[in-house]
Ligand binder design. Structure first.
Ligand code: SF4
Length: 337
């Protein structure tokens, strides 16, 4: 048994009040669900998932915009998961089946190939994946950016939720450095993705919470440095500018997005004539918007594992089995059940 589990029980008894910990990153949610970590914690320690699944937080309008471009004959490249996020009336996967020229890629370097250089890249993700898009911009590839940064939504979530501490995203921290989280002024632990690392992080977080210390512990020092990856940060600053961004479930958050500095490489500007008058609508029963903000769990959605499955996702949170809260829950709960 992990030696920290006993310590967690002891400290949870000492705290006695309910403690709410948000794991921000979908990768952490995956490990938590895989090993049933929620079930082995004391009853007053609650883990909730946050907005750290890039597929989930991409707004319906951005999905619909890409579908409009694909239908207009623009050649696109994107990651496989984005193909299956339901737009208002269709999806990229359905449009590809009807003949739209969409290339599914595993690495952005595929777009640097001469055959693919005329494609626009549907770019998603947080600080972790932004450097790859920055490299494309440096090589004059046009992108449709839905890149986002993590601090602004976490501040938004703190305004409306009772959160006692965050498990900070390890991969994002690798690029940004551990220092950036200090401005949130709540207890936080940066940790890796193994179950033992997560359990140790929960213990360390409970210690901070009990002692009322709004500090950040970097418990992933083998990967995360104080100042992060300076080379990646420099490339991002050279090619991107900060902008407002629309988040599924949260709405527009000022200064939480990144757009290409060069308008000629910005698909939203290049094709703005095609992107006028997009009227997006999400499924009215889908509870993704609450799940992303940590206000409910997949099992609270009446569609979960019934009409909404990984094979037929109704909402964005069901698409990624690696990072989406509903997709992960479906993988580990529903299929076993
Ligand atoms: S189960 Fe499906 S419909 Fe329900 S919240 Fe999750 S993604 Fe949305």
């Amino acid at each position: 048994m992990n030696k920290y589990l006993n310590e967690i029980s002891k400290i949870a008894r000492e705290i006695s009040d309910e403690v709410v910990i948000m794991e921000v990153c979908g990768g952490h949610t995956n490990t938590i669900m895989k090993y049933g970590i929620r079930n082995i914690l004391p009853s007053n320690v609650k883990l909730i998932s946050g907005p750290g699944c890039p597929v989930c937080v991409t707004s319906q309008e951005d999905i619909d915009s890409m579908i409009v471009l694909a239908k207009a004959g623009i050649k696109i490249a994107t990651y496989g998961d984005m193909m299956h996020v339901p737009g208002t009336t269709t999806s990229l996967a359905k449009e590809k089946a009807k003949g739209a020229d969409i290339k599914i890629i595993y690495s952005t370097t595929e777009i640097l190939d001469e055959k693919n250089k005329d494609r626009i890249f549907f770019a998603i993700g947080f600080e972790t994946t932004t450097p790859m898009s920055a490299y494309l911009l440096k090589n004059n590839i046009t992108i449709y950016s839905t890149h986002k940064t993590m601090i602004p939504p976490m501040k938004e979530i703190l305004k409306n939720n009772k959160i006692n501490g965050f498990i900070d995203p390890g991969h994002v921290s690798c690029i940004t450095g551990s220092n950036i989280w200090e401005e949130l002024r709540v207890p936080q632990v940066i940790c890796g993705f193994e179950k033992d690392q997560l359990i140790r992080a929960i213990y360390k977080l409970l210690v901070l919470i009990k002692e009322n210390k709004n500090e950040v512990i970097n418990d992933y020092k083998e990967v995360v440095k104080e100042k992060g990856n300076i080379k990646a940060q420099t490339l991002i600053k050279k090619t991107f500018k900060i902008s407002n961004a629309k988040w599924r479930g949260i709405g527009e958050i000022p200064n939480s997005g990144l757009e290409p500095k060069d308008d000629n490489l910005n698909a939203k500007i290049k094709y703005k004539h095609l992107l006028k008058n997009i009227h997006s609508q999400e499924n009215s029963i889908c509870r993704c918007s609450e799940i992303i903000r940590g206000l409910c769990e997949p099992k609270d959605c009446p569609l979960f594992a019934k009409t909404c499955t990984h094979e037929n996702p109704i909402g964005a949170c069901m698409v990624s089995e690696g990072e989406g809260a509903c997709g992960i829950a479906y993988k580990y709960i529903s299929k076993k059940g």
